[in-house]
Design a protein around this ligand. Structure first.
Ligand code: HXC
Length: 262
């Protein structure tokens, strides 16, 4: 399947890790529909592949993605957008992918590019990455979750300031505000760091990782009491898994756990 992609590159840089690189260099990885379809196909293929435990999504050193494709959007009518559920296909990453996806953000991550990065489970970035939600300058607003995810990540006042002014912010700021989990001094280190973390996650029980992602995501939708109850039910459920027995027995025997990986 790898060879058939035109706008992305797919590889396995380390056992258990699926790497997807956005690759539309002429347009700074502007996210037009054919690219989004390939991205969804690649994410779903890794999600189903039992040898893969976690994924990394990145762009080039110059651009993670400079946004949704402005040229593709410019002539769209309300009927096109509403009638064809424009942007709905972007929901596959946050809504259907079960394995963790780490974004390694270098260069521009603007508009839909910033939103795509925020859809990932963990965000890593270069200190000079160029984030922003500049939609206001185009007469629109964020349309792929930016107003919701940015606000939850950094708070209302800062998100409002950024979304209503359209000004950019750096990777260093993204890290200081808590949007990014780690910040790196070079683009190469950023991708390597993301691959390393993905490799570490891929070395744990697939079932526990899946459950961990699920319960953290629930915290975004549920109140604290329901959220904690939800967590406890999933926690209880893991006592029905073989990996729980394997993990705890390995600890007692001072051995490395040999997970089932399924
Ligand atoms: C289409 C784009 C693009 C985009 C860049 N390009 N961003 N094409 N959609 N979002 C194209 C340029 O037209 C140009 O093509 C080529 O990529 C290189 O870009 P330059 O502008 O020449 O590069 P540079 O001078 O280095 O400037 C980089 C930049 C600038 C600052 C990132 O390209 C820029 O401002 N891009 C737009 C950023 C933006 O507004 N993004 C938000 C989009 S709205 P040619 O053919 O001329 O060489 C959005 C809505 C999301 O994302 C809501 C729903 C998802």
């Amino acid at each position: 399947a790898t060879a058939s992609y035109e706008h992305i590159k797919v590889s396995t840089p380390k056992p258990g890790v699926g790497l997807i690189e956005l690759h539309r260099p002429k347009a700074l990885n502007a996210l037009f529909t054919p690219l989004m379809h390939e991205l969804n196909t690649a994410l779903k293929a890794f999600d189903k592949d039992p040898s893969i435990g976690a994924m990394v999504l990145t762009g080039s050193a110059k651009a993670f993605a400079a946004g949704a494709d402005i040229k593709e959007m410019s002539t769209k009518t309300f009927a096109d957008a509403y009638g064809n559920d424009f942007i709905e296909s972007w929901s596959e990453l946050p809504n259907t992918i079960k394995k963790p996806v780490i974004s390694a953000v270098n260069g521009h991550a603007l508009g839909g590019g910033c939103e795509l990065a925020m859809m990932c489970d963990i965000l890593y970035c270069h200190e000079k990455a160029n984030f922003g939600q500049p939609e206001i300058k185009l007469g629109i607003i964020p349309g792929a979750g930016g107003s919701q995810r940015l606000t939850r990540a950094i708070g209302k006042s800062k998100a409002m300031d950024l979304i209503l002014t359209g000004r950019n912010f750096s990777g260093r700021e993204a890290f200081e505000w808590g949007l990014a989990a780690k910040v790196f001094e070079t683009p190469e280190a950023c991708v390597e760091g993301a691959v390393e973390t993905a490799g570490m996650i891929a070395g744990y029980s697939r079932m526990a990782v899946k459950a961990g992602k699920e319960v953290v995501n629930k915290s975004q939708d549920l109140g604290i009491r329901e959220g904690v109850e939800y967590e406890r039910r999933v926690f209880h459920g893991l006592f029905g898994s073989e990996d729980q027995k394997i993990g705890m027995q390995a600890f007692a025997e001072k051995k490395k756990a040999e997970w089932q990986h399924r």
